[in-house]
Design a protein around this ligand. Structure first.
Ligand code: XMP
Length: 511
């Protein structure tokens, strides 16, 4: 890996965003805890180091501090918010509690528009969130920006290439934040030539090295984006020494299981075991209506089936899974680029199956990067750009107890909804859309006959992060087509309703 930026995490809420922004400039970046020892940082051979923001005060006794050796690595350092205050504090400047806390978009005047602030407007709106600030720069530094209440909104030591910004260039609320990040990368001498195709080659080489000439790997293929990309990547590295177990619980969307089996039989011909376990799932779920119990039963059955299949295969050397970077950072396990790490508890499964080592080839990638990698590897576009789909699948989109007939109603109506949203050209605007078989039956009339049949709800949302969501304004003409097709084409549905609830208070799924 040629160029790399190391980001030391001081607990700031935007640390992952810093990593993303750097990667968006085509420079690879990794987050390490602030306490990473200097030898680890040096061994990573970074082109530069960024110190993140964080909630602490550098003046506190127990303030988190990085090894001051980072300033002596001979590569540029950029401190952001807390990272800047820490830099000032450690290098002999003065940090004080500000007379007034700055929070939100603040107008910052750029006093020296060269180097870190090259190409910036004379003043711009930037995101601030701080109670403390640098009152006096350390020796060798000079202020290069200020705001109304913050005398040192950015500082620079041109000789040693150490910089600080009090504002957050990584958040989109900072008008020219990207310029600051790009300028820093320029100061680091980064060429910005990191691509997914290049990353794939490195990742493939790493997997080969880790698994060795004859090693074998077992992967639990869920049919989702992450495990599919992991499988394709590992296949490229070791071919059919990769065995994938695909547990088909019978709650996948229309055509989905067939697509997974097709891709991993024809395009990436791994050793594929498809366990068709729907009978077991239906038997264990019979009469169960409580959503949490449904989820638990499905989770437990999944593990039971996977385990039984894995045991039949005999001993394989490594267990692989599609863990992605946000999971790694959130669980505090970001320890560098190693493709393999010793035991990690995934529902206890690897341990129960006797695996002591895991292969997680996506553990340094964000979700959109995983998708880009999938495309670089040649996975089908619609598999890669699939909307999120819950592990328990359609089972939690049938309210109340499950029968194959009810699951089929939701599967068929969902396929119609997906088809119509796509043909209306709305599929990239609406982030998630699906149908729900409500527990309600109602009276209708079909021909001259009275009917007493099911009600399908349409759920479609727009969202940035799936934590909050708005209901999507699907044009009424499109709604009308969807509704007409569902009642005409799906047996036992005589009514369609539209869910117009935001999250919160509703969740996106109904169960
Ligand atoms: P809710 O319903 O909580 O959903 O608003 C938020 C997002 O998470 C998805 N979701 C799941 N994803 N396993 C998953 O991998 C699950 O059990 C699960 N439940 C909900 C949901 O589809 C939405 O995108």
């Amino acid at each position: 890996m040629a160029e790399k930026i190391i980001i030391l995490d001081f607990g700031g809420q935007y640390t992952q965003l810093i990593a993303r922004r750097v990667r968006e400039c085509h420079v690879y970046s990794e987050v390490l805890p602030y306490s990473a020892d200097i030898e680890t940082i040096r061994a990573a051979k970074p082109a530069g180091v960024i110190l993140s923001g964080g909630p602490a005060s550098v003046l506190a006794e127990d303030a988190p501090r990085c090894d001051a050796g980072v300033y002596g690595l001979g590569v540029p350092v950029l401190g952001i918010c807390y990272g800047m205050q820490l830099t000032a504090h450690l290098l002999g400047g003065r940090v004080e509690r500000a007379a007034q806390r700055e929070y939100g978009r603040v107008r910052v005047t750029m006093d020296d528009r060269t180097g870190l602030l090259a190409g910036m407007s004379p003043a711009s709106s930037n995101w601030m969130s701080h109670t403390y600030q640098v009152a006096q720069c350390p020796p060798g530094f000079r202020p290069i920006a200020h705001s109304e209440t913050c005398p040192v909104a950015a500082m620079a030591n041109d000789a040693s290439h150490i910089y600080g910004v009090q504002f957050h260039p990584e958040v989109t609320h900072s008008d020219e934040g990207r310029t600051v990040i790009q300028n820093f990368l320029n100061l680091c001498g980064c060429a910005g030539d990191w691509t997914m195709a290049a990353y794939a080659q490195t990742a493939i080489a790493n997997i080969r090295e880790a698994v060795g000439e004859a090693g074998t790997v077992l992967l639990a293929l869920s049919g989702g984006v992450d495990s599919s990309v992991a499988a394709a990547l590992i296949y490229r590295a070791i071919g059919d020494r990769l065995t994938c177990v695909y547990v088909d619980h019978g709650f996948m969307r229309k055509g989905e299981s067939e697509q997974v089996v097709d891709v991993f039989t024809n395009t990436f011909p791994v050793r594929l075991v498809r366990a068709d376990a729907s009978e077991l799932f239906y038997a264990d779920l019979a009469g169960v209506t409580d959503p949490e119990r449904k989820r638990k039963i499905i989770g437990a059955d999944f593990i039971k089936v996977f385990k039984a299949e894995a045991l039949k295969l005999g001993k394989l050397d490594y267990f692989a899974q599609g863990t992605i970077y946000p999971d790694v950072i959130e669980s505090g396990q970001a320890t560098g680029a190693a493709v393999i790490k010793s035991h990690h508890n995934v529902g206890g499964l690897p341990k129960e199956l006797g695996f002591t080592e895991l292969i997680e080839p996506l553990r340094m990638l964000f979700k959109d990067e995983v998708r880009a990698l999938g495309e670089a590897l040649g996975l089908p576009h619609d598999l890669i750009w699939r909307q999120p789909f819950p592990g328990p699948g359609l089972a939690i989109r049938v309210i109340g107890d499950l029968t194959p007939e009810k699951v089929n109603i939701v599967r068929e109506s969902d396929a119609i909804l997906r088809e119509e949203i796509k043909s209306a050209g709305l599929d990239s605007e609406i982030h998630q859309y699906f149908t729900v078989l409500t527990g309600v039956r109602s009276v209708g009339v079909m021909g001259d006959e009275r009917t007493y049949d099911y009600t399908i709800a349409l759920r479609a949302v727009t969202t940035d992060d799936f934590m909050t969501a708005d209901w999507a304004r699907i044009p009424y003409d499109v709604v009308r087509t969807i509704s007409a097709r569902i009642v005409n084409e799906v047996p036992h549905v005589n009514r369609v309703v539209l869910d117009v609830t935001t999250k919160p208070p509703a969740s996106i799924e109904w169960e």
